[in-house]
Ligand binder design. Structure first.
Ligand code: LLP
Length: 424
């Protein structure tokens, strides 16, 4: 189902016409469809149902908005968190402690303490050094921390280098060849209970083959660990399944194909499976709604200057990512243009020489697939307001994050009394 349907020539989010939101909240603004994210969560749950009772731990980093997390929690999902902040958000949004997995290569002692106090399903350990720290923290608290060893399977994920995490040179995980030694160390340390293994090789994967290779290696490791006397009960297969950003690109593997592959590879593992999907659930559920400030003549083609910029949606400038860009009221005509923001860098470009709907100053556009890694990666660069977020449910909608504007910046910053003193 299309949750951003055109109706009477105007793009809606569910039953709300986007121009109504732009008028009420201003632009730029991220607009999310709760129906779209719930439908994806449901589809994933259905595809994974044959695997027993897997834990789907939504990767909070993809979109940590409190209303989004509460929607996920209400749908029965857990949370994959990578910081004390994400842990606190997940708990405050109603995710039960037993459904929280704590990942990340640089967990601090304070973050470990906080999660142990509040409770969690498991820590995914990324190094022997981290195991030592967690052991000390848990022992001092008189607790036993449930842990999994995140391995680095040395598999190239075939995605953008900046979001690839499973190759030998990457900072993530314990090299799979060292996993048996690491498990022995973990077992010898007080305050740790080795419950499982974990792997995550990257994000926006558009082929199942690298995932299948990584999972195959994980299966062999489980057998080795059991042979060495470890009681392996969980296997966390991470996230990473990609979306189709560009409708002219090949269709990525479906959720159902993914489920079938996992079922085939994990047959006989006899573990509880954990998944950490982020983008897959929220990516297509959001758009960035923006207004055309002006259309400026250019050497090769015109520049469509939007009021959204690289600080609001970093993916195109950071990863050369392709996002669909469309008019909210298309008139059937097209144009070729560079679509840019107002920030003072040439990297502030959403698309180059792109065939788009014809637009003029004052008209609205949407940038698609902005529900994941959009608002959460935004900054206030160029002293631009932090974009607000709106959640839509049928004909209802609500601002779920306020715009943080210049007034707020000025309130938050302080000039010491000594500045300029020697000049008077
Ligand atoms: N689990 C772990 C340990 C992760 O590091 C990640 C993502 C996920 C799960 C969720 O991956 P997903 O299902 O969303 O692909 N900012 C980048 C993406 C960074 C992904 C980082 N880790 C982007 O905009 O493409």
């Amino acid at each position: 189902m299309n949750h951003f349907p055109p109706r009477d020539g105007i793009v809606h989010c569910e039953d709300v016409p986007l121009p109504q939101l732009a008028r009420a909240v201003g632009t730029p603004v991220f607009v999310y469809s709760s129906g779209a994210m719930l439908a994806q969560a449901q589809r994933l749950r259905a595809a994974l149902a044959p695997l027993g009772d897997p834990l789907i731990a939504y990767a909070v980093k993809a979109n940590p908005n409190a209303a989004v997390l509460a929607t996920m929690a209400a749908a029965g999902l857990g949370a994959d968190v990578v910081s004390g902040g994400e842990y606190a958000r997940a708990r405050a949004s109603g995710v039960p402690a037993g459904k929280i997995v704590f990942s990340g290569v640089g967990k601090t002692a304070a973050e470990m303490r906080r999660a142990l106090e509040g409770g969690l399903r498991q820590f995914n350990l990324e190094s022997a050094e981290e195991a030592e720290m967690l052991s000390a923290v848990a022992s001092a608290m008189g607790r036993v921390a449930p842990v999994a060893i995140r391995v680095n399977p040395d598999v190239e994920a075939g995605t953008h280098a900046k979001i690839s995490t499973g190759a030998a040179h990457s900072k993530f995980g314990i090299p799979i060849a060292d996993a048996i030694d690491a498990a022995a160390r973990v077992k010898a340390l007080p305050g740790l209970d080795l419950a499982g293994v974990a792997v995550h090789i990257g994000s926006q994967l558009t082929s199942l083959a690298p995932l299948e290779r990584a999972f195959g290696k994980l299966g062999a490791l489980i057998a080795e660990l059991r042979a060495a006397g470890h009681d392996i009960r969980t296997a966390d297969l991470g996230g990473g399944l990609g979306l189709r950003y560009d409708p002219s690109a090949p269709e990525p593997p479906s959720i159902e194909d993914y489920g079938a592959m996992v079922a085939r590879v994990t047959r006989g593992w006899d573990v509880r499976l954990i998944f950490e999907p982020g983008r897959l659930i929220v990516g297509d559920a959001g758009v960035l709604l923006t207004e055309v400030i002006r259309v400026k003549a250019g050497a090769a083609q015109p520049f469509v200057v939007l009021d959204a910029a690289m600080n609001d949606l970093m993916r195109p400038s950071l990863y050369d990512a392709w996002h669909g860009i469309e008019a909210v009221r298309p008139d059937g005509e097209t144009m070729i243009a560079d679509i840019v923001g107002p920030v003072c860098e040439s990297g502030d470009t959403f698309a180059t020489a792109r065939l788009i709907d014809r637009v003029a100053a004052g008209e609205l556009m949407i940038i698609r697939t902005a529900g994941a890694y959009g608002a959460t990666m935004a900054s206030t660069y160029n002293s631009r307001a932090l974009v607000p977020e709106v959640l839509v449910n049928g004909a209802e909608w609500e601002v779920v994050r306020e715009r943080r504007d210049t007034e707020a910046f000025l309130r938050e910053e302080h000039v010491p009394a000594w500045v300029g003193r020697e000049l008077v």
